[in-house]
Unconditional design. Structure first.
Lengths: 252, 204
């Protein structure tokens, strides 16, 4: 489903620009009925001025969501019986294009405003104190599913590596060429976990081996899988979907 | 000129908020249909040609921009309606018997429209229902947008998944009433300019 969305988006990107230029020329020739019909069509978003306003509103909504977000408000947790089986696979690619990471050579890279940037191997990460949660994953598309993830509390990990928690953003680069970034308040939320297990098993590749950041207070696409590098920064890092127009904060 | 008397029937606040609301609803519903299409609740999709946004992210941008217009405008209208007594004067009293009687008359094409300053019972019920639908849409929308932060509202309507159904049903009911509203305006066209000028010619 997400893949289809992306194809639509790519198709809508550059041809859209051409179309909007053409449309403006067309409009200049006179506000004919045809031009009006095009205006009322679904591609109003392609107009540069309109898009500027919408992007500004999306930034404004980032701020509003930051104010609404309560650091101590917990996402609901569920019993084992509520877990969705099978848990849906979702990415910007199909299931036969899943990235396989070699756990033996894997190292988590750290960058930015962090005191100890020593890379982490998987055995080192597995040795950290672990905790579990059964929470609901909500996709930006609208569907939701309940799953069980286990790992280390992200705030504990950030404390351990000496991250500057007064910084604004944490960015994630992933082995599947995905990227995303989150606000510090959400990073420090007690339910934000750096997870290595799904349903009590080592994360299978389709759910993000070796590591997925699980954030039950954000939409699914803000939960990066196959994390390869983490950066603490004050410069807005953006992200794969965010750069295409999805709202950056996307909190629950 | 002498034998026509103009009476003021729609206050300025009502006229302004009505048209802003109409635009906001149009944007919210058409972008909402596109969002619905990304993960349909029921076994159908809305034709993309009648949706707004071009794709999911565009539709979400429209929806979350227009929601501020809808809510702020709606607050002005509701506060005005309560404080000024507009709701009390125009929407009440309202009895089920009177609504049914007026609806029967309407289907027979006999519904009285002589005095445009007074809403008949069917109108009162329809306008009140639209207001209530919008309240339900905003509350269920808050739960879908922020199921964790607004968890308490969600408890009343079946949490996130329940809120999606409430949101859809309230949209469908509201869209239906708006459609009937537009048909009625077409059938009684002299009501249309009154929502712009605020005045109607009183029959002498």
């Amino acid at each position: 489903m997400k893949r289809r969305t992306m194809e639509t988006s790519l198709a809508a990107q550059s041809p859209g620009l051409v179309r909007s230029v053409e449309r403006r020329l067309f409009l200049r020739q006179g506000l004919s009925l045809g031009a009006l019909a095009m205006l009322s069509g679904c591609n109003l978003t392609d107009d540069e001025g309109v898009q500027k306003v919408l992007t500004a509103m999306s930034r404004w909504n980032d701020g509003a969501q930051g104010l609404i977000f309560r650091p101590a408000r917990l996402a609901p947790e569920f019993p084992e019986s509520a877990i969705t089986k099978p848990f849906p696979f979702n990415a910007f690619y199909t299931e036969d294009e899943i990235t396989y990471v070699d756990g033996n050579t894997y190292k988590l890279e750290l960058a930015g405003l962090i005191r100890d940037k020593k890379p982490w191997t998987l055995p080192e990460l597995y040795a950290l104190p672990q905790t579990s949660q059964i929470t609901r994953h909500i996709c930006v598309e609208g569907w939701s599913a309940i799953g069980k993830w286990s790992g280390v509390r992200f705030s504990d990990f950030l404390a351990r590596i000496g991250a500057d928690t007064t910084a604004k953003y944490i960015g994630f680069d992933c082995a599947d060429d995905y990227s995303t970034s989150i606000d510090m308040a959400t990073a420090l939320h007690p339910q934000t976990l750096l997870t290595f297990r799904f349903a009590d098993e080592i994360l299978p590749p389709k759910y993000g081996f070796p590591m997925k950041l699980r954030i039950p207070t954000k939409l699914g696409f803000k939960n990066p899988k196959h994390i390869a590098a983490i950066e603490v920064t004050n410069e807005y890092p953006g992200g794969y979907w965010e750069d295409q127009g999805y709202n950056w904060f996307s909190g629950s | 000129m002498d034998d026509t008397r103009w009476v003021s029937i729609h206050p300025l606040v009502v006229r302004i908020t009505h048209w802003i609301n109409a635009l906001a609803i149009l944007l919210m519903v058409t972008s909402g249909w596109r969002i619905y299409n990304a993960s349909p609740l029921f076994p159908f999709r809305f034709p993309n040609e009648i949706t707004l946004g071009g794709w999911l992210a565009g539709a979400l941008q429209w929806h979350f921009a227009a929601m501020w217009v809808l809510v702020l405008n709606g607050l002005v209208y509701v506060i005005y309606g309560i404080v000024s007594g507009h709701f009390r004067r125009k929407l009440f009293p309202l009895t089920p018997g009177a609504i049914l009687q007026d609806m029967r008359d309407a289907f027979r094409g006999k519904l009285a429209h002589e005095d445009l300053s007074m809403y008949n019972a069917a109108q009162r019920a329809a306008y009140l229902a639209i207001i209530l639908c919008l309240v339900a849409l905003v509350l269920s929308g808050l739960v879908i947008w922020k199921p964790v932060q607004f968890y308490e509202i969600g408890v009343l309507i079946g949490d996130y998944e329940g809120a999606r159904i409430v949101h859809f049903c309230a949209m469908a009911l509201m869209a239906f009433i708006v459609l009937v509203h537009i048909v009625m305006v077409i059938l009684v066209p002299r009501t249309f300019p009154t929502m712009i000028s605020g005045r109607a010619r009183r029959a002498t």
